[in-house]
Design a protein around this ligand. Structure first.
Ligand code: NAP
Length: 244
């Protein structure tokens, strides 16, 4: 089986590539930085193709599909993982920043899914959406990011109702990755409950193999999602403890 992973140059995407490779799957890896992709490839033991492009540009996913067709490479599992982070009040977030979040976190996954959907369906494959706990809970100061992940959640869930295809939604909590390199994150004063992407990737793949469709990582965060339904004000209060 061949797995296409977006955002595989670092972080969770790289860790997922290594784990899928350990399971014997061939890989197609995408992100913008070629060096990072080469580094990820050097960590993988199965056949690995790399493509450096920007997923937020609509034409790129269909270009990738065509170049894989020429090489006779067919995709069984798509992991929509590439994403960017940003923290800040909506009033203080520029239109350009909001658009970049939507174009990458939401539209990037839409373009890739649309380009590969028919092929994956015909091969009885799977599409895995790496969402976020921020796609289930409105986290204070994460409005623009939450909007991109809530949209992704609606898209993935609607697709799973419309199509006979295995759709898996993954909702990670905070992970120790380059996601937080963005300047905006300096207002985060505490880093509690962060897990390493390698641990998250291992747990995700174990659950995917067990045919789980809604994966929360770490699983105790399910309690937070539940608490947010019953007492959202209290959960918001808890989150506010993390800021300066
Ligand atoms: N870290 C967390 O705490 C956390 C928590 C919940 C959910 N998530 C989600 O997990 C996913 C992976 O994030 P991460 O934590 O691993 O972050 P990361 O370490 O910053 O990795 C993100 C990857 O996505 C790629 N990428 C970003 N924009 C791209 C674009 N326009 N086109 C192609 N590739 C792009 C990056 O490479 P280039 O910059 O070279 O393109 C990089 O390889 C994201 O969807 C994120 O929203 C993260």
């Amino acid at each position: 089986m061949t797995v296409l992973i977006t955002g595989a140059g670092k972080g969770l995407g790289r860790a997922l590539a290594v784990e899928f490779s350990k399971k014997g799957h061939d890989l197609v890896l995408v992100s913008r930085n070629k060096r990072d992709l080469e580094e990820t490839r050097s960590l993988c033991s199965t056949k690995t193709e790399i493509f450096n492009y920007d997923i937020s540009k609509p034409e790129n996913a269909s270009r990738l599909f065509k170049s894989l067709q020429k090489k006779d490479i067919k995709i069984d599992i798509l992991v929509n993982n590439a994403g960017i982070g940003y923290v800040g009040l909506i009033t203080e977030t520029s239109i350009i920043q909001i658009k970049e979040l939507i174009d990458t976190n939401y539209m990037g996954s839409v373009y890739t899914t649309k380009a590969f959907l028919d092929e994956i369906k015909s091969r009885s494959g799977s599409i895995i959406f790496i969402n976020s706990i921020a796609g289930r809970i409105l986290i204070p100061n994460f409005g623009a990011y939450c909007a991109s992940k809530f949209a992704l959640d609606a898209f993935a869930k609607s697709l799973s109702k419309e199509e006979n295809i295995n759709i898996v939604n993954v909702y990670p909590g905070p992970m120790n990755t380059n996601f937080y390199d963005n300047e905006s994150f300096k207002i985060l004063k505490k880093r509690y409950f962060f897990i390493d992407p390698e641990i998250a990737a291992n747990k995700i793949i174990t659950k995917v193999l067990k045919k789980k469709k809604n994966i929360v990582i770490p699983s105790y965060l399910r309690l937070l999602i539940l608490a947010n339904r019953i007492m959202p004000g209290f959960v918001r209060f808890l989150f506010n403890r993390f800021y300066e």
